[in-house]
Design a protein around this ligand. Structure first.
Ligand code: FES
Length: 163
């Protein structure tokens, strides 16, 4: 599997823009909708939106998309890994967990998604499960009290399920 960027559906984008009356004040809501569809914000979609809404440019859209942490500019992997680095998780060792996951999934060059599209990795500030610190979530499933070794086992299990 390779990471591919599917062509954008401009009809769908027009529909979303219409739904929010094409107003620049609704830009964040428009981008949220687009991200719901693609699971990230494709560059072509941002350019298109920037050219279709009065009073903004593609540069404005890129600016907003990069400013807010809720938006992702890269396609997410089949497995979305979130390692919590909130205070409770940090003091109980989330960094070694993060490093172990990065090593195990072979994530390089500051990317958040592996080249084969299998995994994406991000840190989050609190998962709301501090009693389970350090916590990790993969596709919505929480993995409590992680250690580097435990995280490696979790990733190994996923890799085995995907051979
Ligand atoms: S700080 Fe990690 S779950 Fe709250």
């Amino acid at each position: 599997m390779t990471t591919s960027t599917p062509p954008i559906d401009t009809g769908k984008l027009d529909e979303i823009i219409r739904q929010f009356e094409g107003k620049k004040t609704n830009l964040i809501a428009i981008l949220q909708k687009v991200q719901e569809i693609y699971k990230y914000l494709p560059e072509d979609a941002m350019t298109y939106i920037g050219s279709r809404i009065d009073g903004i440019s593609p540069a404005t859209v890129f600016g907003v998309a990069t400013f807010y942490a809720q938006f992702s500019l890269e396609p997410k992997g089949k497995y979305e890994i979130k390692v919590c680095d909130g205070t409770a998780c940090h003091v109980r060792g989330s960094m070694p967990v993060l490093d172990a996951v990065k090593r195990k999934i072979n994530l390089k060059n500051g990317k958040m998604t592996t080249e084969n599209g299998m995994f994406s990795l991000e840190t989050v500030s609190c998962l709301g499960a501090c009693s389970l610190a350090p916590a990790m979530v993969i596709n919505g499933k929480i993995y409590p009290k992680m250690t580097a070794a435990a995280a490696e086992i979790v990733i190994d299990t996923i890799l085995k399920e995907n051979v």
